[in-house]
Design a protein around this ligand. Structure first.
Ligand SMILES: Cc1cc2nc3c(=O)[nH]c(=O)nc-3n(C[C@H](O)[C@H](O)[C@H](O)COP(=O)(O)O)c2cc1C
Length: 267
């Protein structure tokens, strides 16, 4: 009899603790993507996390060329209008962590995300931002998420990648997920950058090769620091763009013909 009671108690304990653990770690990948770039990142995330995933859909999806969408969104912003979202299939109450994905529009998360965060309270949930962009905007969008959802726990660091570098998503996302303990694995820790110094001629050439062809002028580098990584050399530039300062990150791979690429602009 005593054994029977102990065995029952042990079974109950196991069942209860399993149940709790599952409930604690339920994760949803929720994203909006207009042209498929953010969707690529969401799919990589799903492969890595094996979590539920849902795309945010609009009643009236944006249509037209890139320039036309930029114009439409600009008008909506001025008029304070938001796109209408189709109801989500997922029951958000079931999830305690949401990986929230979006393209950067006008320096922050895209308008469908503005609608989402205005219409839902993510109280008590962990939110991890991931986004894609032409040049940058992750940091600003996280600040805006924190303001829009003061009762949620928005993670300070998110994952962001330029649309031009989306092919590097799997590798960079893997590092992000391991470094932030979302998955298990080993990645070599990266060293810190050297102290910022006035840019040398060589560093200026690397900056120009990485940024010179971008569709908008990104400014003139003033100071630079660097670090060696297993894959090559990373540079950090302090940049002056007609009186507006920014920080631009550039990477150059080890291959002899590797082209410098900028990875993000922090404004
Ligand atoms: C309306 C609009 C505004 C945009 N604004 C910015 C911006 O401010 N900064 C930026 O780096 N990229 C900007 N982009 C580029 C997108 O962030 C980028 O192309 C993104 O990868 C698209 O993701 P998607 O394919 O998932 O829609 C903008 C694109 C659109 C359509």
């Amino acid at each position: 009899m005593k054994h029977y009671i102990l065995a029952t108690l042990a079974l109950l304990f196991t069942l209860t603790s399993c149940g709790t653990k599952e409930a604690e770690t339920k994760t949803l990948i929720l994203y909006y993507s207009l042209t498929g770039t953010t969707e690529t990142v969401a799919q990589e995330l799903q492969k890595a996390l094996n979590a539920d995933m849902e795309a945010i859909e609009l009643e009236n999806p944006y249509t037209g060329s890139y320039e036309e969408v930029v114009k439409t969104v600009g008008k909506e912003r001025e008029a304070g209008e938001l796109p209408k979202l189709l109801p989500l299939n997922a029951d958000l109450a079931q999830y305690d962590t949401i990986f929230l994905g979006y393209p950067i529009w006008y320096g922050t998360y895209a308008r469908p995300i503005t609608a989402l965060v205005e219409q839902n309270d993510f109280q008590g949930k962990h939110i991890v931002a991931f986004c894609t962009f032409g040049s940058g905007g992750l940091e600003t969008s996280i600040e805006h998420l924190k303001k829009a959802q003061p009762n949620a726990q928005v993670k300070e660091t998110g994952f962001g990648i330029r649309n031009a570098r989306v092919a590097s998503t799997a590798k960079e996302l893997n590092r992000f997920l391991i470094e932030h303990n979302f998955i298990e694995g080993n990645v070599e820790a990266l060293p810190g950058y050297s102290e910022m110094q006035p840019v040398t001629e060589e560093e200026k050439q690397i900056f120009d090769a990485a940024c010179g062809n971008y569709q908008f002028p990104l400014g003139t580098p003033v100071l630079a620091g660097k670090r060696g990584t297993p894959e090559g050399v990373d540079y950090i530039y302090q940049v002056d763009n007609n009186g507006t300062p920014s920080t631009i990150y550039v990477t150059v791979g080890n291959a002899p013909d590797a082209k410098p690429e900028f990875t993000r602009v922090v404004r």
